[in-house]
Ligand binder design. Structure first.
Ligand code: FES
Length: 134
């Protein structure tokens, strides 16, 4: 199958590969798997006191489209609020990377991963965020 130039670019030069301390209070971790193929993605976000994502890292054990989707996502979420990040849709990723229909589930994996990371950091911070806001 032919990958789009953007997929190849992210696949060959993945942005923000790495790992953060998932025990840290300001780090949210999303670890998800795709039932369709068994590929696994770990996405982590570092959030400041204002609830803005300052940094993001990923590690993906999967196909080129999954790697590209997670790489792109780490670029997109930086500077976003948790709400904004949780609203990113797999269709936006698939469109940006021109993924063919059989690779749509790879972008779904990325959407699931960011949602899981956001839930994780919300759980960790919970009331603290509201206190800070109020
Ligand atoms: Fe399953 Fe890409 S083939 S994530």
């Amino acid at each position: 199958m032919a990958y789009s130039d953007k997929v190849i670019d992210h696949y060959e030069h993945p942005r923000n590969v790495g790992r953060m301390d998932d025990k840290a209070e300001n780090v949210g971790t999303g670890m998800v798997g795709a039932p369709a193929c068994g590929d696994v993605m770990r996405l982590q976000i570092q959030v400041n006191d204002q609830g803005i994502i300052e940094d993001a890292k990923f590690k993906t054990y999967g196909c080129g489209s999954a790697i590209a989707s997670s790489s792109l996502l780490t670029e997109w979420v930086k500077g976003k609020s948790l709400d904004e990040a949780a609203q990113i849709k797999n269709t936006e990723i698939a469109e940006e990377l021109a993924l063919p229909p059989v690779k749509i589930h790879c972008s779904v994996l990325a959407e699931d991963a960011i949602k899981a990371a956001v839930s994780n950091i919300r759980e960790k911070r919970g009331d603290k965020v509201e206190e800070a806001a109020g």
